[in-house]
Design a protein around this ligand. Structure first.
Ligand SMILES: C[S@@+](CC[C@H](N)C(=O)[O-])C[C@H]1O[C@@H](n2cnc3c(N)ncnc32)[C@H](O)[C@@H]1O
Length: 301
């Protein structure tokens, strides 16, 4: 188990096995987080290796820097979005890498920081930005979008079947006062759904919060941008591993991998997504919904 503070890296054994980092290789971690996976990769590529880490959260980068302080190889940690990973590696005079990892979504470190507004268990501000240098927050969306726009967003990104009802309640609340905190939104959602819905396994606000987070961070757009170009930056035999946590992300990865495989650009190493074992789920409940897909570059264009 790889753990730092509260964040436990997901499927570390499988990531290492499939990415198979070797001494002297160059790896890109596009979602560095607290560097749990990166530390494992660094151990394998060793003092002749090159590790490039990207995160859009400045605080995560600072923590990752500490965790990687004993790495003797070349280390480049960059603040930015993985959708721009090609610009980052070009700046570092790297043309192609031996492996790439994208462990999507937020880390427990971000979820547990009540000021960030990711968890409906907090009473922090409705923020949800992974990159705090950007301006759009969840508060802006819930206070500004029209009812039908909100309903569509909650339906599309949250796959929430009660999206219209929830959007209507948000608008009604907004007529009295603007939303400021996570708890205001959580209460409005909770009170807008039928009692049977409140008794379900997941909290009735879960899907709406997922939708807002995806929209604030443009998570599907940036994933699509990365998927549209990663193959050009992998050496032949180099591998990409993507861990996703909901079906919208996983579908994009699956479809892109299939398309590139049909074109003879990559070979898919995981016909079905790899899932965490029961033991891992017991220790780390966050891993429950994880799906890992891996592909290998097979030809050069
Ligand atoms: C699930 S955590 C990664 C955890 C890491 N693999 C570990 O083992 O510690 C995801 C991290 O990726 C970052 N992130 C998510 N989407 C990103 C994006 N589009 N560009 C850059 N960083 C991103 C988040 O800020 C967060 O720190």
């Amino acid at each position: 188990m790889v753990q730092d503070g509260h964040h436990v890296s997901v499927m570390p054994r499988e990531v290492l096995e499939y990415l198979n980092p070797q001494p002297g290789q160059c790896f890109l971690d596009g979602t560095l987080g607290l560097a749990g996976h990166s530390v494992l990769i660094a151990n394998e590529i060793g003092s002749t290796g090159h590790l490039i880490g990207i995160d859009q959260d400045q605080r995560a980068l600072e923590k990752a820097q500490e965790r990687l302080s004993s790495f003797k190889g070349r280390l480049d940690l960059c603040h930015g979005n993985f959708s721009d990973f090609d610009e980052v590696i070009k700046r570092l005079a790297v043309s192609k890498v031996d492996g790439m990892l994208f462990d999507l979504g937020i880390s427990s470190f971000q979820l547990d920081d009540l000021e960030r507004g990711f968890s409906f268990k907090s009473n922090g501000p409705l923020d949800m930005r992974m990159d705090q240098s950007t301006s759009l927050t969840a508060k802006d969306l819930v206070n500004r979008l029209a009812e039908n726009e909100l309903a569509d967003l909650i339906f599309k990104y949250g796959e929430e079947r009660l999206s219209r009802r929830i959007a209507r309640s948000i608008i009604q609340y907004r007529q009295q006062k603007s939303f400021e905190t996570v708890q205001e939104l959580e209460h409005v959602i909770f009170n807008s759904v039928p009692i049977s819905y409140r008794r379900q396994k997941i909290h009735p606000a879960t899907r709406t919060f997922q939708a807002l987070r995806i929209a604030v961070n443009k998570e599907l757009d940036v994933l699509q941008t990365m998927l549209g170009k990663f193959d050009q930056y992998l050496k032949p035999g180099g591998r990409i591993a993507v861990i996703s946590f909901h079906s919208l992300e996983d579908r994009l990865v699956k479809e892109k991998f299939r398309e590139l495989s049909r074109l003879g650009v990559i070979e898919i190493n995981s016909k079905k997504p790899l899932r965490p074992g029961e033991d891992e789920v017991k220790i780390n409940s966050r891993s429950r919904s994880a799906r890992l897909r891996v592909a290998e570059r097979i030809s050069c264009s």
